[in-house]
Design a binder for this molecule. Structure first.
Ligand code: NAG
Ligand code: NAG
Ligand code: NAG
Length: 569
């Protein structure tokens, strides 16, 4: 088959081109992160978009096919830093609507799956260009107001990462077509990359769907969650997060406007358990991609297991469930970069990234200096309204539930004899769900605060006797059930090597002399194992394979003329 290059027309004056000329390879680069300095063009556009959204409430329906549906179960998304501002009014799809969406999706699947991958990839290339250009400000503004992100946090997520996901996954999907088996004399072998669960028999339109459950913390994840399986020929039920509704809907509309046909991705906000119960009870379930908590993921997986007999195949289940990420500091570490990296990793976006550092191990000889540097920065950190005040470092946490959970941890820190609050420790939810950046010192490295995910701006430090670092490496590996990200700070090369061995299974994304956050698509494909998830590494080239069910075709050109083997004669 002839390779079709999905080369899009691009504006040659722009550096944001998605494709090379028309060579065989598609050259995709990471989207540049814009600076938003005062006076810049992007800053003016963003401020305009923010102003337009001020005080507004957007109506967001469920979208099944081309139909906008309102059910009676109305919900609101509020702004985390001003919860009296209702950002969006939306509704929950009920079981009936979800089942309708499943059937409509499954019906559209056959034709979609038969399209050349380059055609499907066009949708993502186009959507990436639209987000990179005309819709950038809108998607950023909705991410800032709805999810409480600062300018830079919104930019690295809703612009850069989402654009990268779309472009790189599209490129990877196209390149996958080149991964073909060997041919031999007289026969040709072809690998066809089909969507999951090919249609059964001659029943037209029969096939499976992927259920995508998205988290609030990354607009990019929501988009990718829905976009990647669609790219690979699947149909998707996308359950966006209640607290990321506005930005998710903007991305959904961009996908549709970029050529995604109706019914390929159904936009169905829903109550979590209702969604989970409904999709796992459908015989058409082909896969689930989940991001969220361990208990919810386990619940879904168990439901899938329970229902195995009703499915037509074994559903693919992928999940990312968080972490308890560490910074390990050796006495040979560069102190300044430890302090700066830890402040950023622990507090950016209020610690609501799965990769955020929440436990740090520091030698006693370095702690006084590191602590001093961190406390100096701590005094300057502004926690507030990221729209009104661009000098805000991070804003409120996402919702009341999250706030209450973090407050409990702060109470635990204040009341436990092992723990001492070194900085911060307070929270206030009168206007928004604000939590101070908090640094805690623990005498007990096995305290629950060193084990469990907090998902807030809370960092706990364990200070160890300088020469006991080997014990500490073992401790880090064994303390928490998670294994998502972790960082080692050391100038001593032999210690770097030793730590890499000791922590080989403690993190799926491991950093040396760098903070534990900030992975970039195609540079650090992301994910961890143990309780952190199935480690499928979205952002990497092999990821798209998770969402295909390849078919190998052998065609023989020389007829077989004999049934006996020569030795038999
Ligand atoms: C919070 O939102 C409400 C409702 O939109 C608005 O009246 C008020 O001015 C906002 N407060 C701030 C501090 O922005
Ligand atoms: C699965 O979820 C991850 C986030 O955890 C996301 O980046 C990825 O795009 C999703 N994949 C699919 C195929 O839905
Ligand atoms: C996003 O938040 C969810 C919790 O809702 C968490 O499980 C997940 O790990 C987070 N993902 C990232 C990439 O931060």
């Amino acid at each position: 088959t002839q390779f079709v290059h999905p080369c899009l027309p691009f504006n040659s004056s722009s550096s944001r081109r998605t494709c090379c000329g028309c060579g065989r390879r598609c050259v995709v680069k990471n989207e540049p992160v814009l600076g938003f300095k005062a006076g810049s063009e992007e800053r003016a556009e963003l401020e305009k978009a923010l102003k337009e959204l001020k005080g507004k409430t957007e109506d967001i329906p469920c979208v099944v096919g081309d139909e906008h549906v309102w059910t009676k179960e109305i919900r609101y998304q509020v702004s985390p830093f001003n919860h009296s501002h209702k950002v969006a009014k939306f509704c929950y799809a009920d079981k009936e609507l979800l089942n309708k969406a499943i059937l409509a999706a499954v019906d559209a699947r056959r034709e979609w799956d038969l399209k050349p991958v380059a055609d499907r990839a066009q949708v993502l290339f186009k959507a990436a260009d639209v987000i990179s250009g005309p819709k950038r400000a809108e998607v950023l503004a909705k991410t800032m107001i709805g999810q409480g992100k600062t300018v830079v946090q919104a930019e690295i997520d809703a612009a850069a990462e989402l654009i990268d996901f779309f472009r790189f996954n599209a490129k990877h999907a196209i390149e996958l077509q080149h991964q073909q088996p060997l041919n031999s004399d007289g026969s040709t072998n072809t690998m066809l990359y089909r969507g999951l669960e090919p249609p059964r028999g001659a029943v037209c339109g029969d096939g499976g769907f992927v259920g995508a459950v998205a988290p609030f913390n990354f607009t990019a994840i929501g988009g990718n969650l829905a976009g990647t399986p669609a790219l690979m020929g699947n149909v998707v039920l996308w359950k966006p997060s209640d607290t990321a509704m506005s930005a998710s809907y903007a991305v959904y509309k961009i996908l549709r406007e970029s050529g995604l046909p109706p019914n390929i991705v159904q936009f169905v906000p829903a109550d979590g358990p209702v969604f989970g119960d409904t999709i796992t009870a459908s015989e058409h379930l082909a896969g689930i991609n989940f991001t969220g908590s361990v208990p919810t993921f386990k619940r879904l997986w168990k439901q899938v297991a329970q229902n195995l007999d009703i499915y037509r195949n074994f559903p693919r289940v992928a999940g990312e469930c968080g972490g308890k990420n560490f910074h390990f500091v050796h006495k040979s570490a560069d102190i300044h970069s430890v302090a700066m990296g830890t402040i950023r990793s622990a507090f950016e976006y209020g610690g609501q990234k799965c990769s955020a550092c929440s436990r740090m191990y520091v030698p006693d000889t370095l702690w006084p200096q590191i602590k001093k540097e961190m406390l100096d920065v701590h005094k300057q950190i502004r926690v507030g309204d990221p729209v009104e005040d661009f000098s805000t470092f991070f804003s409120a946490v996402i919702d009341q539930k999250s706030f209450a959970r973090i407050e409990k941890w702060l109470d635990h820190a204040k009341s436990s004899p092992n723990l001492a609050v070194v900085a911060g420790g307070n929270c206030d939810d009168k206007k928004g769900y604000f939590v101070e950046p908090t640094i805690i010192e623990t005498k007990d490295p096995e305290d629950s605060i060193m084990k469990e995910e907090i998902f807030g701006p809370v960092l706990t430090v364990y200070v160890y006797p300088e020469d006991r670092y080997r014990d500490v490496l073992r401790l880090i590996d064994n303390t928490s059930p998670y294994a998502l990200t972790g960082a080692v700070f050391a100038q001593d090369k032999s210690v770097v090597a030793e730590a890499a061995r000791a922590l080989r299974n403690a993190a799926g994304n491991y950093y040396v002399n760098d903070k534990s956050t900030g992975s970039i698509v195609a540079q650090q494909p992301f994910g961890g194992s143990r309780a952190s998830g199935t480690n499928d590494k979205p952002g990497g080239p092999h990821y798209v394979l998770r969402w295909t069910s390849p078919q190998v075709v052998k065609e023989t050109h020389v007829p077989l003329t004999e049934w006996k083997y020569p030795y038999m004669g």
